[in-house]
Design a protein around this ligand. Structure first.
Ligand code: 3HC
Length: 687
């Protein structure tokens, strides 16, 4: 039963009940429609609508979006509530999002609980509010707030909603408060649709379009929302509602909404497999290494209440680690995430030491030391003897072989990889790397940590770079081929930014430091195919001290430590290397740059799937979006590949294969999908 009704005297109670968050499906819409008629038939004084459990309602059930819309439609339900002669009061007990907020906005009054949130986040699913949100919100809270709330999709807290005029009161018990509302007072409240729309404000729209161009570039829904809001300033209410609905229906079927829904559900599907044991106890963690990564992980752990022993090799390292943590604490205070008491409590849970014995009691150790097998093997041998036999040992290596690291311990079953992304206290992705001998207990510990830290966990197998960095390495390599063939770093960056990345690959390298890639290439010198095309431009950059931002010059120049400036010297350097390699450079169209970079990543990712390094295409989507800035609204790398069509991709790769068969061998997974006519998302290993 999605809607339950009851009455107490002349007061009707309607409870939205669809656990866990009361998503609004067909049954709930029908239940609400019936409740309107019921309240009228019973001649009630008022109806108090609230949500069962922790939410009021999380919005329309996005699982229904793939199919045809089913009656009764939500805008009609909202209309019926708003126009009923029995006034409805929304007692907003928890989140009221999307359609949930729209039901509340159609009620005569809204009383929020202190923890309630009210928002119209439809753009995050690639649509606009489709049940009156664009029209009712602006009538209640004015143009400025409505524009921001709808176009950015960020919910308001109960307090902010009260200040904005979106709710009438914030009360500890909103149902009780709704019961107490004076009948005459309630009847004086004008139904929202009868309120006049705000006046046009050209500047507000211009400012918003500008902001969207920066913060939500490439996304269609926020701009369409602005159009509908703008039309609503002059259209009669019912015409504006029709326009809103038509826009919602059109966007719902579009590629962007499909991609964003895919990401919404993929993020939530990233969970441990059902056969893993229950989450083990986890309250004490040791982190080895107080550099940027180690302290980022330590700070993240401290922030969720874990006790942390941070192990350094000497006093100087310990002092540096302390400084790094203090900088993060200060940042947390400045951004309002921490108050001074919270900061003190956090410091009290931290022990920075060089003595491994002080970590003897921890449940989990995470090594985040220098990327060298020798260094890591020594650390793991020390952890193996210093920590209890049940402690799980994790390495944060980005590329190195987890099995080799595990071999330095007496019990490799307790070793796994936990690959964080910088900044570790902010980035949501956590690759959980399963070695040959990793036990289920160790894996369960990895997932337990991910849950505590609110990270999105993805299981990966052992290979150079796991899922994300292996794809990224191929991306970077193809970029260098493009440089050699005629493109410039800034052309490539511009193309990928236009595709939807916040930064192109060369800007990213400048940010992380060119020496990292250089060290990796040297590590692979002995194992890589000597016949594989190799572009030495990036090596030369490092040899000339062009390490990126940290040295003031990389692919770009950063005069005075400021923003990037195109460096014409780079073009000379590339031209010189092309001359040595006897490559005749040519103008490469933007479309070719984009295509080659994406095909390179897709083919590598398909190999990763083929080799069982990733469990599913969906996992690759999660990795590319949460760890590498692949545009979420394109649904992740493999989802995007499916929108291009696998057969088309294979054709294009075969054309490139004719020019370079080593680089462009089509992945067996792609070939199989093309032959069988299945999408990559639906590909499963035979047998
Ligand atoms: N549709 C379908 N399922 C939904 C859903 C929705 N709108 N919102 C949440 N769920 C599901 C999740 O998939 C998850 O399912 P699972 O347990 O099977 O994995 C479950 O509900 C719990 O969700 P979370 O794990 O996200 O729980 P949290 O407590 O962390 O977060 C939330 C709760 C803040 C409500 C978050 O789920 C959320 O942001 N939901 C989406 C809100 C939204 O975008 N609403 C707009 C929908 S579009 C719309 O309303 C159109 C209208 O204008 C016509």
């Amino acid at each position: 039963m999605s809607v339950t009704t009851s009455r107490e005297g002349y007061v009707g109670y309607v409870t939205l009940t669809n656990p866990p968050v009361n998503a609004i499906g067909k049954a709930m819409r029908q239940g609400l429609m019936d409740a309107v008629r019921w309240a009228e038939a019973e001649n009630l004084d008022r109806v108090i609508v609230t949500g069962a459990g922790r939410a009021f309602a999380a919005g329309a059930d996005a699982k229904e979006f793939d199919g045809a819309a089913l009656e009764p439609f939500l805008p009609d339900v909202c209309d019926a509530i708003e126009r009923s002669f029995v006034p409805w009061i929304a007692a907003i007990n928890g989140v009221a999002l999307g359609g949930g907020a729209e039901i509340a906005l159609a009620c005569r009054m809204r009383i929020a609980g202190p923890k309630a949130q009210i928002g119209l986040p439809e753009v995050t699913l690639g649509v606009i509010p489709g049940a009156g949100g664009t029209q009712r919100a602006m009538r209640l809270c004015g143009l400025d707030i409505a524009l921001r709330m709808i176009a950015f999709g960020k919910p308001l807290s109960a307090r902010a909603a009260l200040e904005a005029g979106l709710v009438h009161a914030v009360e500890e018990d909103p149902v009780e408060a709704a019961f107490m509302v004076n009948t005459e007072e309630m009847q004086c409240v004008v139904p929202t649709w009868e309120l006049p729309p705000p006046d046009m404000d050209e500047a507000a729209f211009a400012e918003m379009r500008d902001a969207l161009g920066k913060r939500m570039a490439g996304q269609v829904a926020p701009l369409r929302a602005l159009d509908v809001i703008q039309s609503g300033l002059t259209l009669p209410f019912h015409e504006a509602m029709a326009l809103e609905r038509a826009t919602f229906m059109e966007l719902k079927q579009g590629d962007q909404s499909c991609a964003l829904r895919h990401m919404f559900f993929s993020e939530r599907a990233a969970k441990p497999s059902a056969d893993l044991p229950a989450a083990p106890d986890l309250s004490r963690v040791a982190i080895v290494g107080g550099g940027t990564m180690g302290t980022g992980i330590a700070y993240a752990c401290l922030s969720v209440g874990l006790n942390v022993v941070l192990l350094e090799s000497d006093d100087e390292g310990a002092a540096r680690a302390r400084g790094n943590i203090e900088a993060l604490i200060e940042q947390g205070i400045k951004r309002g995430r921490l108050d001074p008491d919270g900061a003190e409590a956090l410091r009290a849970r931290l022990n920075i030491t060089t003595d491994y014995a002080q970590a003897a009691e921890v449940d989990l150790a995470i090594e985040a030391a220098f990327e060298s097998m020798e260094v890591k093997a020594q650390i793991f041998a020390k952890l193996d003897t210093a920590l209890g036999p049940d402690a799980v040992l994790a390495t944060n290596t980005s590329y190195l072989n987890v099995d080799e690291i595990a071999a330095a311990t007496s019990d490799p079953s307790r070793v796994l990889g936990l690959h964080f992304f910088a900044p570790a206290h902010i980035m949501r992705l956590l690759e959980i790397v399963k070695g040959d001998k990793t036990s289920d207990h160790a894996l369960a510990m990895g997932y337990a940590l991910a849950k505590l830290l609110k990270k999105v966990p993805v299981l990966a197998g052992v290979c150079d770079g796991f899922i994300g960095n292996r794809i990224y390495t191929r991306y970077r390599e193809e970029g260098d081929f493009l440089l050699m063939d005629g493109a410039t770093p800034w052309e490539i960056d511009e193309v990928m930014e236009a595709f939807g990345y916040a930064m192109g690959p060369y800007q990213v390298q400048d940010l992380s430091g060119l020496d990292i890639g250089y060290a990796n290439r040297r590590r692979q010198d002995d194992t890589c195919d000597p016949n594989r095309r190799y572009v030495p431009i990036a090596d030369r950059m490092v040899q000339e001290g062009r390490l990126g931002r940290k040295s003031g010059v990389g692919w770009y120049r950063y005069p005075g430590g400021g923003g990037k400036v195109v460096d014409p010297l780079i073009e000379d350097l590339i031209a010189e290397e092309a001359h040595f390699a006897k490559v005749t450079r040519r103008d490469i169209p933007a479309a070719e740059v984009e295509e080659r970079l994406l095909l390179a990543m897709i083919n590598e990712a398909a190999d990763i799937l083929d080799e069982g390094i990733a469990q599913s295409a969906q996992d690759i989507d999660v990795v590319t979006v949460f760890g590498y800035g692949f545009p979420r609204w394109r649904g992740g790398l493999m989802h995007y590949a499916d929108t291009l069509g696998v057969a088309r991709i294979v054709d294009k790769i075969r054309t490139l294969e004719a020019q370079d068969p080593i680089i462009w061998r089509p992945s067996p997974v792609l070939v199989e999908c093309a032959e069988r006519g299945v999408s990559i998302a639906d590909w499963r290993r035979a047998g």
